[in-house]
Design a protein around this ligand. Structure first.
Ligand SMILES: [Zn+2]
Length: 350
């Protein structure tokens, strides 16, 4: 772990995060970490690069990239990640739960994950039981069912931490029904304060993956907690009617604006490694989101072409043609996103 981010408390936090390292490693060069006990090197466009840049900006080789569920990973002095033991096709290495804060301010738990007792117990113990907020980015079963049992563990508080988020819409599937203790407003700021330090999480409503999806900006550090809206190593599924492709694209625009407004350099997704690079460098948070947007628009253009060339064909035919670069085993999932694109295309062509 980089000493700069963990111990250099004399500088403003934003400067700690965003200033250039002493010995900047060019974006064109590789960064190295440990994977499976061996040295692993990555270029700027590869998935683990952002996490290595964040944790070791001077290019040290200190960070372990192995996915572990039995212990927290310290990403910054005020951000820890605990990955739930629910890896799979839809969840990648598992759901990332994040703890934001420090022992003096208490912690916000973002996405407690599934109702897995051992995982929730690890979250609770890592926070020293001092959890002030439990926030769900959305209500899917790999994100929100752990909220209530985690709240029930916080018995030493006279007022247990509230479960915060957005209520599921009528369009959500039955397993995603969710009612928070309190609904979060778009733009609302949640504060963690203690010993002269403040951590501010700003709420951003970002429908698209789910109608009740939100992201959080950690303002002092220029970080984005992106839930499932932006992932590392997998593509966000848009599953209508609760998922909506037009909302998804508009939320991407909103996140791009936020990157500029809050100098967001790194993205902490709910699945996969930290994404990004130092602010203003290639592959920073803005570049990652722009790339995602381009990728979606390219797919949409391909779908439109298939629809125009085969207007009478079925959705089953369209998915094979429009997702011919995707393994057939994923076509069932791709069918949901195809439907979302077709909806958006038809909306715009009316
Ligand atoms: Zn998820």
């Amino acid at each position: 772990m980089c000493a700069r981010y963990l111990h250099n408390l004399s500088m403003p936090r934003s400067t700690q995060l965003l200033h250039k390292p002493n010995n900047p490693v060019s974006a064109a060069m590789h960064r190295a970490g440990w994977l499976g006990g061996k040295e692993a090197r990555y270029m700027a466009h590869e998935a683990p690069f952002g996490e290595l840049t964040l944790t070791c900006p001077d290019g040290q080789m200190l960070h372990r990239l192995d996915w572990v569920t039995d212990q927290p990973v310290l990403l910054l002095k005020n951000v820890l990640r605990l990955t739930a033991p629910n890896p799979g096709v839809m969840t990648g290495p598992g759901t990332n739960s994040y703890l934001v804060g420090d022992p003096n301010t208490g912690y916000a738990a973002i996405d407690p994950g599934p109702a897995d007792t051992e995982h929730l117990d690890r979250l609770w113990r890592t926070a020293g039981g001092n959890i002030r907020y439990i926030i769900c980015t959305h209500s899917h079963p790999d994100h929100s069912p752990g909220a209530a049992p985690l709240q029930a563990m916080c018995t030493q508080h006279r007022h247990p931490p509230p479960i915060l988020g957005l209520a599921s819409h009528a369009s959500a599937r039955a397993h995603s029904a969710f009612t928070p203790d309190r609904e979060l407003e778009d733009g609302e700021r949640l504060l963690l304060q203690g010993n002269g330090v403040t951590h501010t999480l700003r709420v951003m409503h970002t429908p698209g993956h789910a109608a009740n999806h939100l992201c959080l900006v950690l303002e002092e550090d220029g970080l984005l907690f992106s839930g499932d809206h932006v992932l590392n190593g997998s593509t966000t599924v848009i599953d209508p009617p609760d998922g909506n492709m037009n909302d998804y694209m508009q939320s991407l625009e909103k996140l791009l604006d936020a990157c500029v407004q809050y100098h967001i350099a790194f993205i902490f997704p709910a699945h996969g490694y930290v994404l990004g690079n130092l602010w203003g460098e290639p592959h920073d948070a803005r570049a990652c989101i722009s790339h995602l947007k381009r990728h979606r628009l390219q797919r949409e253009a391909k779908i439109l072409k298939v629809m125009q060339q085969h207007p009478e064909a079925s959705m089953d035919d369209w998915v094979k043609l429009a997702y011919d670069d995707v393994p057939p085993r994923l076509w069932t999932v791709a069918m949901r996103s195809l439907l979302a694109h077709v909806e958006r295309i038809r909306t715009f062509s009316i």
